[in-house]
Design a protein around this ligand. Structure first.
Ligand code: DC
Length: 227
């Protein structure tokens, strides 16, 4: 039986960093669901398909292969046998990914891929609808949040480190637009699951958030062990 930790929350809430650190510490397979949505957005761009051409995007799903691999201890994502880890963080992908993720057929296809990846494994998965939709029976559910300003500040710093050229104003505008779109989705909307634990990381360090989540996972494991 697998043990599943779901980390949901808006863009820039620290999900990525925290998920990676908790996963490494507890030896959990790390699945970044947002990266998979970004792959579909990238493929749309590369095939020069317009965001309005929904049927073409849906058809494209038939010949897309997404794999989560571990290389030198790092999680890497492959799209059709190519490592696209850096490419999917670029501005053109970020600008259309929320709209791509609103297409329900895209969600259904990716949810199947996520569930297959998790089969029989202990995983930690980050996204928007993991605790509400992908794994409603996850063992631990966290909703990680932070103020839009703090999230934009973090993303700005991350982008600078990666050489991605986006101003703070562009980032905060994109974050607010994505939040709105992600929260209003017909399926898989960004929202806190009723049984999720809310953590506001605005005034917390990464280490503090990691400690808190590890503690919550330990408590849950002890409960399962006692049953
Ligand atoms: O976490 P991220 O910024 O890489 O996610 C990219 C986009 O994918 C985000 O705008 C919302 C969407 N997404 C989603 O709809 N459902 C998920 N489980 C994960 C991401």
């Amino acid at each position: 039986m697998s043990f599943i930790v779901a980390i949901d929350g808006p863009a820039g809430s620290g999900k990525g960093t925290v998920t990676k650190l908790v996963g490494q510490r507890l030896n959990l397979v790390n699945i970044d669901s947002g990266a998979a949505y970004r792959c579909i957005a990238l493929e749309t761009i590369e095939r020069k398909v317009k965001i309005e051409e929904k049927q073409k995007i849906i058809k494209m799903l038939d010949d897309i292969k997404i794999e989560f691999r571990i290389e030198n201890g790092e999680n890497v994502i492959y799209l059709n046998n190519k490592n696209v880890g850096d490419r999917i963080r670029q501005k053109d992908v970020t600008q259309i990914v929320s709209q791509i993720s609103s297409i329900k057929e895209v969600r259904f296809t990716l949810n199947d891929i996520f569930r297959n990846c998790a089969n029989g494994k202990d995983i930690i998965m980050e996204g928007r609808d993991i605790g509400t939709c992908v794994f409603p029976n996850a063992n631990v559910k966290i909703y990680l949040d932070a103020s839009p300003e703090e999230r934009a500040k973090r993303r700005f710093k991350q982008n600078q480190e990666k050489g991605i050229d986006m101003s703070y104003d562009e980032i905060i505008e994109n974050i607010k637009k994505r939040d709105k779109n992600d929260m209003q989705k017909e399926i898989g909307a960004l929202k806190q699951a009723e049984d999720a634990i809310y953590i506001d990381s605005s005034d917390m360090t990464i280490e503090q958030v990691v400690e808190r989540i590890v503690q919550l996972i330990d408590i849950e494991k002890i409960k399962i062990h006692k049953k």
